[in-house]
Design a binder for this molecule. Structure first.
Ligand SMILES: Nc1ncnc2c1ncn2[C@@H]1O[C@H](COP(=O)(O)OP(=O)(O)OP(=O)(O)O)[C@@H](O)[C@H]1O
Length: 325
């Protein structure tokens, strides 16, 4: 586990248990722009790993380096234990990737498109193609629409077909670059559900996104990028646990409420419009409620707030997660 600003709880993971490891991975383009800056990633096997960052934060460049599509300026990366880009020939058959979506023929069915796609893969056995194609379509929930023309597919179905193309041979690792980009809400839901489903058989899924809530819903782990640098990484649950639980009081008597909370020794008291919040510390919410009422505070609402990934992000960087970068 690594963080730039402060440690995150969690035990060290042995290299053999990691699907992706990078050390000091850096990409400086000819323009002088450093797109990825000394990145140390550790992606545990079997995780659904969200690679989160605003547009332009270096996600695609990282993925391109992982897949051997672009050479790093410095640093190293290993995929499934093999150094890249040297291991392209041996490792990539075990890795499914969706970086720029495959081009499908609109007038062919989904199934026929997958046949063509599979035939172009020298590592795929043509004798097992029908069975593998059937399985991939089933896995992405397109069996019933297999014979429909691609152009009649919804956006979500198109993206699911692209994922099926990446799953035509058994994969240990699936790398998806912004798989919900450009999808409508229904398509987004379909793809999110599919990503979670794929991981249930132990496949590691490394998925980039600029949407914090999406990563929070879909992933077990996250790495947060900002301007080419890693801000935090780890289990989402552990990152959240490192952030304090807060108590929020809705009241017109904000000053009095703040005084009561201070009297109880609660940390980080913040006054808002018609509300006061504080760190819960070890205090029981019912005791806080009783103290407020006894202190003559008109309590209109009281809520315990579990930290979201956004709270963690704000805690780490001191600023909000800006999707526009
Ligand atoms: N071939 C290139 N030459 C020069 N600069 C590049 C090149 N490719 C990317 N960049 C720059 O590197 C930075 C990181 O880009 P990258 O595409 O990796 O970010 P990203 O997080 O994937 O964002 P997006 O989701 O918008 O693709 C950006 O500022 C981008 O303009």
């Amino acid at each position: 586990m690594l963080t730039a600003e402060r440690p995150v709880p969690g035990e060290a993971v042995a290299d053999a248990d990691l699907s992706i490891v990078t050390a000091g991975l850096t990409k400086r383009f000819r323009s002088g722009q450093v797109a990825v800056d000394a990145l140390d990633l550790a992606v545990p096997r079997g995780s659904v790993f969200g690679f989160l960052g605003p547009n332009g934060s270096g996600k695609t460049t990282t993925i391109r380096m992982l897949l051997g599509l672009v050479a790093p300026t410095s640093g190293s990366c290993r995929l499934l234990g093999t150094p890249m880009p040297g291991g392209v020939g041996t490792v990539l058959p075990r890795v499914g990737a969706l970086v720029e979506g495959p081009a499908f023929y609109p007038y062919l069915s989904g199934e026929a498109n997958l046949r063509r796609y599979d035939a172009a893969d020298p590592s795929a056995d043509p004798r097992t193609a029908p069975a593998r194609i059937g399985l991939a379509l089933e896995r992405v929930g397109l069996s019933a629409a297999a014979r429909k023309r691609y152009r009649a597919y919804s956006l979500g179905m198109r993206q699911r077909l692209a994922i099926a193309a990446a799953l035509l041979v058994p994969r240990e690792l699936l790398i998806l670059d912004e798989p919900t980009n450009g999808l409508d809400p229904q398509g987004t839901r379909e793809v999110r559900a599919l990503v979670k489903e794929i991981a249930t058989d132990g496949t590691t899924v490394f998925v980039s996104s600029h949407l914090l809530a999406e990563v929070e819903q879909m992933c077990s782990h996250v790495a947060v990028m900002r301007a080419g640098r890693l801000v935090a990484q780890g289990l989402i649950a552990e990152l959240r646990a490192a952030e304090a639980v807060r108590i929020r009081v809705e009241t017109p008597d904000t000053a009095e409420a703040a005084a009561v909370l201070a009297g109880l020794g609660l940390p980080e008291i913040r006054l808002g419009d018609g509300e006061v919040s504080a760190g819960l510390a070890a205090e029981a919410p019912e005791r806080i409620c009783a103290a407020l009422v006894t202190g003559g505070v008109a309590v209109r609402g009281l809520a315990v707030q579990r930290p979201s990934l956004e709270d963690v992000f704000v805690g780490l960087t001191g600023e909000g997660f800006d999707v526009d970068g």
